[in-house]
Design a protein around this ligand. Structure first.
Ligand code: SAM
Ligand code: 2KA
Ligand code: SF4
Ligand code: MG
Length: 210
């Protein structure tokens, strides 16, 4: 199967429990919860997205004919060094495209494989770090993983809906929007009163990296 990829870049993971660690980000094109066109945002199931995932025209993006070709591009972006190889599959919604052969091809090149997903699609086996970010109006299929990272606040997606699920870490991530300051304050208040939840800040935006 071929893969449509918006961009591939090396940076530090900005969010969640892996925050601050080096990673190659592989951003897949397309999402099942929004077309990515501003004209459709108001009607989308997920309407607060901060990401351009349309097309294959970003840096390092393209159409990759098979898993080996995409894993080679990820490896080239990381460079020659072997220790700590880590790739984050994101998007758009990566689980519309990620399959077992891609996970295997990345493992064969020495990468640990993380994923950022909206949790609406089944995942192939062998992923090393699964971050699920549920959306209020989308059915949640992936109900176990390493971290659950809830963008906060969302109408009809109170944290209590998710805290019984089988994750090791529970994060609230303030919604980036014109109300970002209010959202941050609300997330601080919630975490202060509900110690099962920790605050995840989008640190890459604060320090001016991708
Ligand atoms: C762009 S999404 C791509 C992966 C996947 N589609 C998902 O939603 O998890 C990457 C992460 O950014 C989060 N995110 C998207 N828009 C955001 C916003 N406006 N403020 C804070 N986090 C946001 C998502 O919830 C997700 O955790
Ligand atoms: N630095 C950095 N960290 C991130 N963590 C999750 C991201 C994403 O868009 O999936 C992201 C991103 O786009 N950049
Ligand atoms: S599910 Fe993820 S990629 Fe899709 S629109 Fe929402 S935040 Fe963006
Ligand atoms: Mg992002």
């Amino acid at each position: 199967m071929s893969y449509a990829v918006k961009e591939i870049f090396k940076t530090l993971q900005g969010e969640g429990a892996q925050m601050g660690g080096a990673a190659v980000f592989c951003r897949f094109a397309g999402c099942n919860l929004w077309s990515g066109r501003e004209i459709d945002r108001g009607q989308a199931v997920c309407s607060f997205c901060d990401t351009d995932f349309v097309g294959i025209d970003g840096s390092g993006g393209g159409r990759f004919a098979d898993a080996g070709a995409l894993a080679d591009a990820v490896e080239a972006e990381w460079g020659d060094s072997r220790p700590g190889r880590y790739v984050v599959l994101t998007g758009g919604e990566p689980l519309l495209q990620v399959d077992q052969s891609l996970v295997d091809a990345l493992h064969a090149r020495g990468f640990e494989v993380g994923i950022e997903t909206n949790g609406t699609q089944a995942a192939p086996a062998g992923l090393d770090w699964v971050c699920v970010s549920p959306k209020a109006d989308a059915e949640l299929v992936l109900r176990a993983g390493d971290e659950l990272k809830l963008v906060y606040p969302q109408d009809k997606a109170a944290p209590e809906r998710f805290e019984h699920l089988a994750f090791d870490h529970f994060f609230l991530q303030p919604m980036d929007s014109p109300q970002a300051t209010t959202n941050l304050e609300a997330a601080i208040a919630y975490c202060t009163n509900n110690p099962r939840w920790r605050l995840s800040l989008q640190s890459h935006k604060m320090i001016g990296i991708r």
